[in-house]
Design a protein around this ligand. Structure first.
Ligand SMILES: Cc1cc2nc3c(=O)[nH]c(=O)nc-3n(C[C@H](O)[C@H](O)[C@H](O)COP(=O)(O)OP(=O)(O)OC[C@H]3O[C@@H](n4cnc5c(N)ncnc54)[C@H](O)[C@@H]3O)c2cc1C
Length: 528
């Protein structure tokens, strides 16, 4: 479903002005601005043909072989498509190449479909607990196929939305597998094997990542699966071992457990969600256990035997070796970048430990080639990929963007209770040598949390005792993924503890806990 690239050129500024009667003049400008090598008359004839209702214009084949742009973006995830839109806003003639579906992992197999699954799980849980809210309903049934279908529909809708945005921003979408070539070219092979070569002044590599495989857990897509299969299984498994308790593993553990699958969550490190502040990790472990999830920390899967009906999982635990039987093993042990087979070696682009090496504005070692998102170092998050894409394009366009502050990136896990954080954990801040003031406000003391029946969790704020700067914010509880942005802004503005205490928060809200946690750090807390 490629959007004709030649068509997009003609339906943009060129065609508009051609209709206004300045076709020949603008055609010349267009040719110069994007560097395309077509005779003016060719554009004009096509534009004139296009004015007749119902007529599809086509450039002669010889002119369609090699298209020329200011920017080609390889990969249309939240890094690539956002970069393309910003480029178009800045007047760059842009094409985006995608081999699968617009929107990348985020919209099709990551952020969005998982949140749709989690929403279904939380609706199911609400109905199960309706009695607690004074409402009588019958026992709900989780229709697994229906839940999966809704998630796929949501993903499809979002991907279609990106298609609309590409069209709106006059970005040429070229569907096919892109391969980088020297001389700032990209060879695109379509699904039917047809090849075309695009060239540009600049190329951004945004090819993202896939599920990482461990030798002890080779994914067969049926019994040992990755995240794609986990969100599109044909039937609900009775039991599942989830290996890895980062955001992806914890979200799936919550989802499957909530709808009735027996879940064992295995984590190699001593704490679940290991990048989070230790107090948050401990609280999540307690909450997961309360929900019925079996949590095994400091444990390692050494073998998965899929020979029988289900899986036999061998786990090395601090108390010795253990065997767990289950229907399905979900491997959620991180990601592997899509940097193979895209022409990096031929162009000479340097990589390091599986990631493309870039400067603070995402330029690689080869002039004109840039890289953003999951293929580069830094947290593998959609909002990071997008922010990098915007900075990269602004730099290409000659603007003067600020480099991204990687110490002020929020991270969220959308299980229940939700987890959100930004900045230093208490341990990391101490290791950095800061003297700290730490304040914590539990949701059990929050009016809004009580009214909502969501008293689990807390907000913890960490301040530099010397200057009062907010070094880190750590939250666990209902809706905290919506609250963390406040702390990102507070940190960006270098707000002090006392300024937060004096910032009036609306009552009753979960966000009052931010103000109260700041007050707790300075011995001024009201509701404890
Ligand atoms: C289950 C799951 C849940 C997640 N949840 C969240 C979340 O809640 N919040 C969050 O911030 N992040 C989340 N992430 C991470 C997030 O999805 C990624 O960080 C983000 O998608 C990275 O964006 P990207 O643009 O770098 O690459 P991707 O989104 O991976 O997109 C890369 C695109 O490039 C295409 N491509 C690859 N090679 C080629 C080629 N040779 N030619 C043409 N096209 C190519 C791919 O088909 C893909 O569409 C989640 C990830 C997973 C797996």
């Amino acid at each position: 479903m490629a959007v004709g690239h030649a068509g997009a050129i003609l339906t943009s500024s060129l065609l508009k002005t051609a209709k206004a009667g300045h076709g020949r003049h603008v055609a010349a400008l267009e040719v110069t601005s994007c560097g395309a090598r077509f005779p003016r008359g060719c554009y004009l004839r096509a534009a004139q043909a296009n004015r007749r209702p119902g007529r599809q214009h086509q450039l002669p084949k010889k002119y369609r072989q090699q298209m020329s742009y200011d920017l080609i973006v390889l990969g249309s995830g939240p890094g690539g498509y956002v970069a393309a839109i910003r480029a178009s806003q800045l007047g760059l003639k842009t094409a985006i190449v995608e081999k699968e579906a617009l929107g990348g992992i985020c919209l099709n197999w990551g952020c969005i479909p998982t949140k749709a699954l989690i929403k279904s799980a939380s609706v199911f849980e609400y109905i199960n607990h309706a009695k607690d809210y004074g409402i009588t309903v019958g026992a709900p049934q989780a229709d697994f196929k229906g839940i999966v279908q809704r998630s796929r529909d949501v993903a499809k809708g979002m991907s279609n939305g990106v298609q609309f945005l590409m069209k709106k921003n006059k970005i040429d979408v070229v569907m096919g597998t892109g391969m980088l070539k020297p001389g700032k070219k990209v060879e695109v092979t379509a699904a039917d094997g047809k090849k075309q070569t695009l060239e540009a002044k600049n190329i951004i590599i945004a090819t993202g990542a896939r599920s990482r495989e461990l030798p002890a857990m080779k994914q067969d897509g049926k019994k040992v699966i990755g995240y794609r299969e986990a969100m599109s299984l044909p039937a609900q498994p009775k039991s599942m071992v989830v290996v890895g308790s980062g955001a992806i593993g914890s979200e799936f553990a919550y989802f499957y457990n909530a709808i009735g699958t027996k879940v064992t969550l295995i984590e190699f490190l001593p704490n679940v969600v290991p990048v989070e502040d230790e107090e948050v990790s401990k609280q999540l472990e307690r909450s997961f256990k309360k929900q019925g999830i079996e949590v095994m920390t400091s444990s390692e899967v050494t073998k998965v035997d899929t020979g029988g009906k289900g899986c036999k999982v061998t786990v090395k635990t601090p108390k010795g070796e253990q065997q767990i039987e289950c229907d399905i093993v979900l491997s959620a042990v991180g990601i592997a970048t899509n940097i193979e087979g895209i022409g990096l070696e031929e162009v000479g682009i340097v990589t390091d430990r599986g990631k493309i090496t870039v400067d603070p504005f995402y330029a690689t070692n080869i002039p004109g080639y840039h890289a953003i998102g999951d293929v580069t170092p830094g947290p593998a998050l959609a909002h990071v990929a997008s922010a990098e894409g915007i900075i990269c394009v602004e730099k290409i366009a000659g603007k003067n963007p600020e480099p991204l502050d990687y110490n002020n990136i929020p991270g969220c896990t959308y299980c229940s209770p939700e987890v959100a954080s930004v900045g230093y954990t208490e341990k990391a801040a101490k290791e950095k040598g800061y003297e700290l003031k730490v304040g914590k406000f539990p949701f059990s003391a929050s009016g809004k949390a009580s009214a909502a029946g969501a008293k689990d969790g807390f907000v913890k704020l960490i301040f530099d005792a010397k200057y009062g700067e907010l070094l880190g914010a750590h939250m666990i509880g209902m809706n905290v993924t919506e609250m963390i942005a406040e702390c990102v802004a507070l940190r960006k503005l270098e707000t002090t503890g006392h300024e937060i205490i004096k910032t009036v928060h609306p009552h009753p809200t979960m966000s009052e806990a931010v103000m109260e946690a700041a007050a707790a750090a300075y011995g001024e807390v009201i509701h404890l």
